[in-house]
Design a protein around this ligand. Structure first.
Ligand code: ADP
Length: 356
């Protein structure tokens, strides 16, 4: 099965003082290098670790579509970056025995981009569009009849001579992915037959993903070593694979390492300032700012973004979800509050609110 990639899927990874962030769950250049990224992707629903509810729903739909010889219903996958939305689209294409065309909303800015893609689709093929909350209004309006009735409505000519031409499209499956489902217009949301959230992964699932990737990379990794990476990867397979590569680099340049154990993992991740909960300097700056400058909060998102020099959308979709998930941060109507668990972790003295 060939994968047809259209446009750039590279997201705007953000930088910390000019450096790329190791724990950024968004796709970085290293992850997009085809050889590296694709070699670690699971190839079938069986190989896809975790997300059992999603897998159950999709495997039933795949079996039904195959037995009825129909296209799979349109699928909307949402959740933080790096959890396997693109991977799932590729797995589905494999299971269905069809091609998957991959693109992202920013690459579909001009109407002709999306028209070209739709006209080139073949029967039952998958069209994966990442970041669909960023689709332009024109692109969305072209998509509505395409998704609903497999029809493209084109306006030919201008002014009084303008006419609408309808072109039939083959039955295809649209897979939309987003980190921000609330930003999708309801007419677009309503056109998906299956809508599912991807959640952060549990430790045992992460360990399986890491062990499998280590085998593929021909790295001898102990069980404790893989558990240590699992603990520090923020519940995110993309980060797990990235940390694993850094550990492998470290092990390669050390002499006499037969097996990568917990100590080797600890030492190499210490170099990258990734702590035992998976927090890096960005997280620590974020939490420390709320504790030190705002007496634990509440602090508004815009204030935090301005103070830390980050986009508020980046803080909201990349930094905060994991801190909320592990109970280090709370969102209230008046702003963000740091919890006492985070204060303990950061070794802040609770009375002075300064590092002890
Ligand atoms: P998203 O599209 O949600 O940003 P991707 O599908 O690109 O995330 O996943 C990032 C990387 O994480 C992939 O290259 C893949 O190797 C790995 N990955 C994601 N989900 C899984 C999984 N369930 N099992 C094993 N590896 C996974």
């Amino acid at each position: 099965m060939a994968i047809v990639s259209s446009g750039s899927k590279k997201s705007s990874s953000y930088n910390l003082n000019g450096k790329t962030r190791l724990l950024d769950p968004k796709r970085l250049e290293e992850d997009t290098k085809k050889r590296k990224d694709d070699s670690l992707r699971p190839q079938s629903l069986n190989e896809f670790v975790g997300q059992s509810d999603l897998k159950e729903v999709l495997s039933i739909s795949v079996k039904a579509a195959l037995s009825r010889k129909e296209a799979l219903d349109h699928v909307l996958l949402y959740g933080p970056p790096g959890l396997g939305k693109t991977t799932m689209a590729l797995v589905l294409a494999r299971e269905l025995g069809v091609q998957c065309r991959i693109t992202s909303a920013p690459a579909l800015e001009r109407p002709r981009d999306i028209i070209g893609l739709l006209l080139n689709l073949k029967s039952h093929e998958l069209l994966f569009v990442d970041e669909i909350h960023r689709l332009t209004k024109v692109a969305q309006e072209l998509l509505y009849p395409a998704l609903e009735d497999f029809r493209l409505d084109l306006t030919v000519g201008k002014g009084t001579t303008a006419r609408t031409r309808e072109i039939d499209l083959p039955r295809f499956t649209f897979i939309g992915a987003t980190t921000s489902p609330a930003s999708i217009s309801s007419p677009l949301r309503d056109r998906f037959g299956i809508t599912h959230r991807l959640n952060f992964y549990q430790l045992d699932d992460l360990q399986k993903i890491i062990q499998r990737a280590a085998d593929l990379l021909e790295l001898k990794l102990s069980t404790e070593g893989s558990m240590e990476i699992a603990r520090r990867c923020r519940g995110t397979p993309r980060i797990a694979n990235r940390l694993l590569r850094r550990v492998r680099d470290f092990a390669t340049v050390q002499e006499n390492i037969q097996i990568v154990d917990k100590d080797v993992v600890n030492e190499s991740l210490k170099l990258h300032q990734v702590d035992e909960c998976g927090l890096d300097q960005t997280d620590r700056r974020f939490l420390s700012f709320i504790v030190e400058a705002h007496d634990n909060g509440p602090v508004g998102l815009e204030t935090l973004a301005a103070a830390l020099g980050e986009e508020s959308s980046t803080l909201e979709t990349v930094v905060e979800p994991f801190l909320l998930q592990i109970g280090f941060l709370k969102r209230t109507p008046r702003g963000r509050i740091v919890t006492s668990a985070a204060i303990d972790h950061l070794h802040f003295d609770k009375s002075t609110r300064m590092p002890s």
